[in-house]
Write a protein that binds this ligand. Structure first.
Ligand SMILES: Cc1ncc(COP(=O)(O)O)c(C=O)c1O
Length: 382
């Protein structure tokens, strides 16, 4: 049975309608979007090309794919564009013929959802809450090792029948902010490849820690697929632009499942401009590092709160049990602030929220409000 509702952050239009206030007056910590974006170079390029909307977009997206190919050092036939990486995630199980997916969680819920919609089995492995939700690589390893021969036999039989398996991993992971070192992930890819299992790595947040990307290794693996997004780092969620990098045969399968012209010309132009903007990338990396450090420090001054380490542009925070999450989310929304309640991620069992790293004054205001809410919660209980 497929869940009808999958919650995501960034529901800013609904919140604006509920609160009868302008969208611009809402400060969104619930979707982890770089507050410096979109780059002014992207806005300039969009303005310049607006009147091109009289033509259909290039259905092959060649200009952007060529730039991406140069940027990542892979050939264009390894790259397929999508209307956001979410579109590509939905298609992957169909396009690769995946019948069973191991989802390393707690993580982005769209992997489970895509598997369910494709009628595939979805098995979620969850990192231990007490240990701070490490990516459950050991658990996966145990599953694969505990039944090595039957498993691999079953795998080859399944493969022969076109019933393939895949491991879905988000690196850096959302909502936990955990990063799997590149060498560890590549080792896993090698091991899984031996078993004929696909590895799908969602690198939506990888621009914040580019040295851990496995994307450049795709041409050296038969069954590695990497997803990327322009949404988070370039701060342009409304444009809808993502891409997938994988073996050309798999890319043809994905293209066959995509609707024609799914990526608009404006999105393609925006992508080309974003990639050319080295200055924006440098500025974002510096800004995020400094602002996150201060935000984490300030959050740690709130009594009884557990702040998870983060290498990216969001942070996961666990609140004391005395806090009602429903009331907190509602109360913050009344103050024009959205946060992501993490209890809708399968595998998250505590009162946990995910907060984007925003501008320093916005972060400081949220910390003050959280302190006040927690203090009031204790007083109400006393
Ligand atoms: C981990 C992760 N992957 C992929 C996506 C989808 O991003 P988009 O479709 O905007 O590229 C999101 C969006 O929230 C995400 O958090």
């Amino acid at each position: 049975m497929v869940n009808q509702v999958v919650w995501h952050g960034g529901q800013i239009y609904q919140a604006a309608m509920r609160r009868k206030r302008p969208v611009k007056s809402i400060v969104d910590f619930s979707a982890s979007i770089n507050p410096l974006g979109p780059p002014s170079s992207v806005l300039r390029a969009i303005r310049k090309h607006l009147s091109d909307c009289r033509y259909y977009p290039d259905s092959q997206g060649m200009a952007l794919r060529n730039r991406l190919a140069e940027f990542h050092g892979v050939s264009p036939e390894f790259i397929t564009l999508g209307n956001g990486s979410a579109e590509l995630i939905r298609l992957l199980p169909w396009a690769l013929g995946i019948r069973c997916g191991y989802v390393l969680g707690p993580t982005f819920m769209e992997f489970e959802r895509a598997l369910q919609l494709a009628g595939a089995r979805s098995l979620s492995l969850h990192g231990d809450a007490v240990k701070g939700y490490p990516v459950p690589l050991e658990q996966l390893d145990r599953i694969l090792r505990s039944v090595p021969r039957p498993f691999s036999k079953a795998q080859s039989r399944a493969k022969a029948q076109g019933r393939k398996s895949a491991v879905f991993v988000c690196n850096p992971n959302s909502p936990t902010g955990r990063v799997i070192p590149r060498s560890q992930l590549l080792q896993l890819c090698g091991e899984l490849e031996e078993l004929g299992i696909w590895v799908v790595v969602d690198e939506a947040f990888m621009d914040f820690v580019p040295s851990h990307s496995v994307l450049s290794q795709v041409p050296h693996h038969r069954q590695l697929v990497v997803l990327r997004s322009f949404t988070k780092f370039y701060g342009m969620p409304g444009i809808r632009l993502g891409y997938v990098v994988g073996p050309p045969g798999a890319m043809q399968g994905i293209q066959a499942h995509l609707p024609p012209w799914s990526v608009s010309h404006i999105a393609q132009v925006a992508g080309v401009a974003a990639l050319a903007d080295d200055g924006f990338r440098r500025q974002t990396l510096q800004f995020t590092r400094v602002t996150r450090t201060q935000f984490l420090r300030d959050l740690q001054t709130i009594p009884e709160v557990r702040v998870y380490p983060s290498r990216v542009n969001f942070v996961m925070v666990e609140l004391p049990n005395v806090c009602s999450m429903v009331q907190l989310v509602e109360w913050l929304e009344q103050h024009g602030i959205l946060v992501r309640d993490c209890r809708t991620f399968s595998g998250i069992c505590n009162s946990t929220i995910r907060l984007a790293v925003r501008r320093p004054s916005e972060n400081a205001r949220l910390v003050r409000l959280l302190k006040r809410f927690i203090q009031n919660s204790y007083e109400d209980k006393a």
